[in-house]
Every structure is written in structure tokens, then in C-alpha cells.
Design a protein. Sequence first.
Length: 348
Amino acid sequence: MAEITNIEWTDATVNFWWGCSPVSLGCDNCYAETWNNFRGNKQWGPGAPRRKIISAAASLRRLQKDADNFERIHGRRRRVFMHSMSDVFDNEVPAEWREEAFAAAEAADRLDIQFVTKRITNLEKLAPAHWLSSALPAERLSFGSWPRHIGVLMSVVTQREAERDIERLLKLKQRHRLPWAGISGEPLLEALRPRRLRVGKKLWLDGLTGHYLQDLGRGYTETIYHADGELPGPLPGLDWVIIGGESSKLARPMHPEWVRTVRDQCRAAGVPFLFKQWGEWKPVSEMDRDELTEVRARPEIQRVEGMPPVASFLTTPNQQMDFFKVGKSKAGRTLDRRIHNEFPRISA
């Protein structure tokens, strides 16, 4: 179990167990499963026994004890990702393991804990009852019950997943007063439109602001949406969006237009956006002339030529793109020649 990490959006990782089961297209080339298989362990897949990490609680206590020192050096609180090699809302682990993890996370109130899950529907089923507002007396509901230092990131890698789950996440944020909630598009497999989520026959949701929209039909060039009329009350919007490409032997390329589409929507809505990485494949749009000349001269470097955005709902030009498989470190994390490194505003 690692306490420090090179993951761009966190400072440390803590796992109370290892192991998981695939539940999404984003799981196809899971780095954690690959590492698990490399070590010869068998903790992945439905019914596979997870491996308990005995030292996890002690490691979290050490990070908590070091909070003053970290804040003095960095001028902010330490971010801790739970769980990088598993899912905190995995229902295939013993209940006592989850209880230990939740209790330790609640006690670590000098840290900014980041829960990351592909199983958002399990949150109300598995989170401690006293964290959920429905378990509180009516007179205490206005204060909320979810720990103010624990936020939730949900994995979303396709538009279908976004339309299925973002509304659920925002309703959970509203119902249980989560201090912040975000989505992680890692690996992003197609363009996302978080501001246009179809949640009903003629009902849409702007996931970045939480406002519902009504489809009033098609105008001359595009569908017309309206935020007035008989619509559900607004939800709190997303607080953070992370996008990243895939880094594995079988990694899939990520078109830069997909990333720009999300970045531009976040910018318009004022939502923090973090671009983590291109992954294994680097688009030529992010290469300078010398780098492009070098990779084109090396036949051993795999390439994908003429890849279009391939998304019917995409409104940006159908720009084709060439990619070269140069590896994560060389591909880097610049988009349009700059680093996008924004974080949610946390008031804990």
C-alpha cells in the first residue's frame, strides 16, 4: 500500500483491501487488475476473494498526524485517494472491512479524503447510516451528516454512463449534503456532454449547474432547450471534472476534441477541470515539429491515422487526428499547450 503517489490529482493513496470486479467499459484495461495479475494474485472478478491490507488504518493515522507539517510546506490540506486498487463501495468485501475503512476515513478530518467509485448506486446501501441524512432526526437535517472532509468522485467514461449516473450522484449530493461531488473520465472513451444529459423523453439535465432543461423541438440548426416551465427543481451541480487517457499495453487513443468539449463546457459553467494525461497515445496536435519528425521516422512506434471524433452528438468540426504510441511520460498532460490543473473548492 502506497502513502505517496504520482497521481496528478491526489497526494497519497490508502487501500483497506485490494481487488475488484469489472463493471464498465472503462475497466477493460484496468491498471490495478494488470498489476494484480503481474504479481500473480487472484483478487479480481466476481466472487474473487479480496486481500485485506492490515496496515491501512495505521497509515491513514500517520497522514492525519502529519497534517500540520504538510499544510506548513504546501499551504493546503493533503488529498488522499481511497481506494486506488479497489472500490470503497464494493459489495463483495466483508462488511467489517468497509466499516473499518469508513471509521478511519471519518476520523481523518485533517485530510481531504477522495472516495472514487464506479458503483454509485451502492453509496446509500453501504455508507454508514449516521452519514446519511435520512438517518438523522428531522431537527438535525439542516446540518447534514456526511463528513465535511470526504468528497465523492464517480467514474464516467461514456455519454451513456453520464446520462445514467450523473443525475443519481447529484441527487445523493443534495440528499446527504456531500461537501463536493465530481466525475472522473478515466479513461475517456468518447466525447461527453455533461451539460446535455438526457434524463427523460423531453427532459435534459445540465450536470455542471444542476438545472433541468426541456426539449422544445428542433430549430433551424439545433435543438432548442428551455429552463422554464414545469420542470423538476434544480440539483446542486458537479464540483469537479477530471479527464484522462488510458495507460496500458492495450490502451485506446483519446481524441483531443473529446477533451476540449468537456473543458470548454466546464469553463463556461465555472466548474474546476483537471486534465490528467493523454496516456499511451499522443495526438499530433500536441507535438512540436521536431517531435513529430522523430516519431514519424521510427517505424517501430505504433500509430493510428485519421481517427475522427466519432460521436454523432458532437457539435465541433469532424477533425481527424493521427496518434503515436509514445508512452505515458512522453505523451504528457498538456492540452492546447497548457496544463489544466484545477481542483474543487473545499470548505472543510
